[in-house]
Ligand binder design. Structure first.
Ligand code: IPE
Ligand code: IPE
Ligand code: MG
Length: 233
């Protein structure tokens, strides 16, 4: 068993769950098979995050750009997302986990949106950990959306600073992630949390998302604990 330094546990970990399609392809299966097999990795990661007292876990589930994928894949992803959330509601309640969503969620099909809203409502007083799903999310969308809200509120230009701007982001009241993990060997951000990752530690692993397990999550935190965070000082 790897021992983590309890004094240096990140409050917020954000993960780009990538590589489902390639995982399936390597097995001679279709991409949707890969997405279905990603659910177990989500479950393990959430469990491990709770066990290690992570306060916020953000999972990048679907990007703004992912709407441009074939309709069949988009529909399967939406169905899978909602059925998983429904199936896991009991576990969320049992483990005192609050579900939140960031992104342009009005874009998701109405019935899916209603179900998502109902689980968010049901878990809103849970306090052990916040599980934040980034759905129909992109960092640029979020920033532009914040600008629109600021203008609609007639905010004086002189009042705008980092603190105020953050109040208009979807991640309002959520600390910036100390650690961002991306699976599948791609070394890019793909429009994830652009504002919030200014000083995040980035961790990349070749493991495809459906193979990601507790030990991989722990390894990322171990690596994080070795980093020297200087914040430009
Ligand atoms: C991640 O896996 C899931 C989503 C982006 C929704 P991909 O579907 O991107 O799989 P690869 O990257 O093509 O292997
Ligand atoms: C990022 O992965 C989005 C999610 C994991 C939800 P993509 O597979 O969409 O990103 P690119 O296309 O490799 O940049
Ligand atoms: Mg991908």
């Amino acid at each position: 068993m790897i021992e983590l330094n309890k004094k240096n546990i990140p409050k917020h970990i954000a993960i780009t769950m990538d590589g489902n399609g390639r995982w399936a392809k390597a097995k001679g299966k279709n991409r949707v098979f890969g997405h279905k097999n990603g659910v177990k990795a989500v479950r393990e990661t959430v469990e491990s995050a709770v066990e290690n007292n992570i306060e916020f876990l953000t999972l990048y589930a679907f990007s703004t750009e992912n709407w441009m994928r074939p309709k069949l894949e988009v529909n399967s992803l939406m169905n899978l997302l909602i059925s998983s959330i429904i199936n896991e509601t009991k576990t969320l309640m049992k483990n005192d986990i609050k579900l939140m969503a960031i992104g342009d969620i009005n874009k998701i099909p109405k019935t899916a949106k209603n179900k998502l809203d109902s689980v968010i409502e049901k878990t809103k007083n849970n306090a052990k950990m916040s599980l934040i799903l980034a759905i129909s999310y992109s960092g640029r969308w979020e920033i532009i959306n914040a600008v629109k809200k600021i203008i609609k509120n007639n905010v004086d230009a002189n009042e705008i600073n980092e603190h105020l701007f953050e109040q208009y982001l979807d991640t309002k009241n959520v600390p910036d992630p100390e650690l961002v993990i991306r699976t599948s060997g791609e070394h890019r951000i793909s429009n994830f949390l652009l504002w919030q990752i200014a000083y995040s530690e980035l961790y990349f692993t070749k493991v495809f998302w459906p193979d990601f397990r507790k030990k991989d999550f722990i390894n990322a935190i171990v690596e994080y604990q070795k980093r020297d965070r200087r914040f430009g000082k």
